[in-house]
Design a protein around this ligand. Structure first.
Ligand code: BJW
Ligand code: ZN
Length: 253
């Protein structure tokens, strides 16, 4: 189906004050970074319980550290794509824009998005598993031991959120408050399967926001969306930005 938004919904979008964007791995797929689920996804290559839980790190710190180190090298080499850049343009169109991302790659910030809330942490930093001291991942990678030791006697781990761990302090509260108060909630490139992040889509829908989903495939949360743009983010997001800009230009006469 060609991309389409009904006029009445477009008006609600274009006149909204607060926009919240929730992104997942799909927005970075066009930058060459793999997604987690589906054919060819990361979880087909490794088991979650071997790499993405605190128990996995306790059992096999070297393997887990090296796996993240390798992924960070890929993320550092990747570039923001037209989807990330379209979100930057949205900042000029709404008085308030908050981008909540489940991604740990830092590509929103590198594209120029200012207000980014990282729900699952970020791989640009390593954090001591004991005393929570942080250091840039690039500095950690220059240390010969995998994972590097901390002065407190602990060891560094990736500064990300694994299964069974709480989101960074205050992040969920801030995200839920923003989802409940926004006029438009745009969800991009997420399968909507990982809680509590996916639950934010329902929070926004129940609070009366216009929910727009950008995903070439149906997600677990598609049912909450008023508008499903079933295209890659790098195509659908620039299209959406242009639609809003056209509406604004028309309304100015
Ligand atoms: C495109 C595209 C293109 C492709 N354009 N789109 C309630 C019910 C049941 C379980 C739970 C619950 N509450 C908590 C849980 C447990 C658990 C959970 O949710 N489990 C479910 C899987 C069942 N959640 C947690 O443990 C969370 N913590 C927590 O809740 O703490 C409290 C608590 C603790 C203990 C018990 C109970 C409560 C923490 C979750 C942490 C998730 N961490 C990971 C790894 C981060 C580090 C790393 O990268 O290695 O985060 S897992 C992984 O999944 C990563 C992602 O951020 C996350 C979401 O994935 P995402 O982004 O949606 O990617 P995909 O691959 O799933 O989807 C990509 C999508 O893109 C697809 O739909 C494609 O179609 C699409 N796409 N190309 C647009 N070009
Ligand atoms: Zn320490």
């Amino acid at each position: 189906m060609p991309l389409h938004i009904e006029d009445a919904l477009l008006e609600r979008i274009a006149t909204a004050e607060r926009l919240v964007v929730l992104t997942g791995a799909g927005i970075s797929a066009e930058s060459g970074l793999g997604t987690f689920r589906g054919a060819g996804g990361l979880w087909e290559k490794v088991r979650i319980e071997d790499f993405a839980t605190p128990e996995a790190f306790a059992r096999r710190p070297t393997e887990v550290w090296r796996w993240y180190a390798e992924r960070w090298r890929g993320m550092r080499a990747a570039e923001p794509n037209p989807g990330h850049r379209a979100i930057v343009r949205l900042q000029a169109l709404f008085p308030s824009v908050l981008v909540m991302t489940q991604n740990i790659d830092g590509l929103h910030q590198r594209a120029g998005t200012k207000n980014v809330l990282e729900l699952h942490g970020g791989l640009r930093c390593a954090r001591c598993a004991s005393c929570s001291r942080r250091m840039p991942m690039d500095d950690a990678l220059a240390i010969a031991t995998d994972p590097p030791p901390c002065a407190c006697g602990g060891i560094y781990r990736p500064d990300v959120v694994w299964f069974g761990e709480l989101l960074p302090e205050g992040a969920l509260e801030r995200a839920a408050a923003a989802a409940a108060a926004c006029g438009v909630f745009l969800t991009v490139g997420t399968s909507g399967t990982v809680m509590p992040a996916a639950g934010l889509i329902g929070v926004a829908a129940q609070a009366g926001a216009v929910v727009i989903e950008v995903n070439p495939e149906p997600s677990a949360m598609s049912g909450f969306a008023h508008i499903n743009l079933d295209e890659a983010a790098g195509i659908a997001l620039p299209w959406l930005v242009e639609k809003i800009e056209q509406w604004r230009n028309r309304s100015r006469g």
